[in-house]
Design a binder for this molecule. Structure first.
Ligand SMILES: [Zn+2]
Length: 154
């Protein structure tokens, strides 16, 4: 099952960019998938070598411009209510972790030395959440601003 997911991810990624770390790590340990990927790359390079025509110019820019001009948005919008729920879950987790039985058990076995890493992780997670939330707000306001300007121009 994991091999299928990895191969799907490998096939879907843009092969002009570096292979994702997760896929590379899997290939390092899974001989079957590594062999399958090598066969695939050999086949593709063989096909490229026998192509009946060769493009002299790079048409990537014109294709990407055509996609951009369709006006279709590929961004994913997260509802504000989902952001609020996620933030409430993170904040309540931070407050409740101090009183959880697991934290008390860990504290009894390892002393207080685990608290600093735990609170660093919690602090990083809430900082990442706030950064993503603010970033999504900025992006959504920009998109709204661009669409309003586009309607005024027409
Ligand atoms: Zn595998």
């Amino acid at each position: 099952m994991n091999c299928e997911k990895i191969m799907k991810q490998y096939l879907e990624h843009d092969h002009t960019r570096p292979t994702p770390l997760k896929v590379r790590v899997h290939f390092m340990f899974c001989k079957k998938c590594r062999r399958e990927a090598e066969l695939l790359m050999d086949s593709i390079s063989g096909i490229k070598g026998t192509a009946p025509f060769h493009l002299n110019e790079n048409i990537t820019d014109s294709i990407m411009l055509g996609i951009l001009l369709t006006g279709r948005s590929y961004s994913r919008h997260v509802r504000t209510s989902h952001w609020v729920i996620a933030g409430a879950v993170i904040l309540s987790s931070i407050f409740m972790v101090s009183y959880s039985s697991s934290a008390i058990w860990i504290s009894c076995h390892f002393g207080r030395s685990f608290e600093l890493p735990l609170h660093l992780v919690l602090g990083i997670s809430i900082s990442a959440y706030v950064s993503l939330f603010i970033g999504s707000l900025v992006v959504s306001y920009r998109v709204k601003g661009e669409s309003n300007n586009g309607h005024k121009g027409m």
